[in-house]
Design a protein around this ligand. Structure first.
Ligand SMILES: Nc1ncnc2c1ncn2[C@@H]1O[C@H](COP(=O)(O)OP(=O)(O)OP(=O)(O)O)[C@@H](O)[C@H]1O
Ligand SMILES: [Mg+2]
Length: 222
């Protein structure tokens, strides 16, 4: 099992009271799974992804990633696990506007402990995979929305992660571009056996999952 949670809960403390964002979630994904997470706005989907990434500490319960116990790991260990094993694709692309496409893809590598930025051959290969090799010297604003999202996918892959966490990666795209992005994710999932956990509001997108999770008010419902 790549990632497994037991009794996972996250409550946010707020001056107006406690928000029970995630309640007692038990799940497990294997290497190569394509997991889709659906649910109403405010149901806890983003919170769940942030917990799986080790970016949020659970209020209760455990998260195991490979052999690492994320819930009790130090911040340094968590940062190391993220930079080695996890890639992120978020809804708003979060590309750096003044960096070229290629340099945007290289960002996760510059954060690597080894300080390596020499893997540009691999970054170029990834840009080829997402159909944007001829655009590597362009700026993000010179690309369409779908192309920018494909750059974000290449960036999420550059550290050769085991797991990609995607929060509504097609949320800002029209149906045709959404299919394009979903097909890229599916190909990566099948060819490289990278596990994908993707939050989506779209019924079409959720069909891409071999595991489909629906959450409501912080709990998994069927
Ligand atoms: N930092 C925070 N402090 C307090 N409450 C929060 C915080 N972040 C999220 N929440 C609350 O936790 C609940 C779950 O939020 P979350 O962002 O996980 O929902 P979501 O399913 O991703 O929603 P959406 O589909 O709108 O993105 C919501 O009620 C939200 O208001
Ligand atoms: Mg969200």
């Amino acid at each position: 099992m790549l990632i497994e949670t037991k009794g996972l809960s996250k409550f946010y403390k707020h001056k107006d009271g406690i928000v029970e964002a995630i309640k007692d979630i038990n799940l497990g994904f294997n290497q190569g799974d394509f997991v889709t997470i659906t649910g109403p706005s405010g149901s806890g989907k983003t919170t769940l992804l942030l917990l799986l990434a080790g970016l949020l500490r659970p209020t209760a319960g455990s998260i195991k990633f490979q052999k690492h116990e994320l819930h009790s790991a130090s911040d340094n260990v968590l940062a190391g696990i993220r930079s080695k094993h996890i890639g992120f694709v978020m809804q708003n692309f979060s590309l750096i506007p003044y960096l070229s496409v290629l340099n945007n893809v290289l960002i996760p590598l510059s954060l690597n402990q080894n300080g390596e930025r020499t893997k540009s051959d691999y970054a170029i290969h990834l840009l080829e995979t997402v159909g944007l090799k001829d655009r590597m010297n362009h700026l993000p604003k010179e690309l369409s929305a779908g192309q920018q999202q494909r750059v974000a996918i290449a960036r999420a892959l550059v550290n050769k992660p085991n797991l990609i966490l995607a929060d509504e990666p097609t949320g800002n795209l029209d149906p045709a571009l959404s299919i394009e992005i979903l097909e890229v994710l599916k190909r990566i999932n099948i060819e490289n056996q990278i596990t994908i956990a993707m939050v989506t509001h779209s019924p079409t997108a959720s069909k891409y999952g071999n595991i489909r999770i629906h959450i409501d008010k912080g709990s998994i419902v069927n």
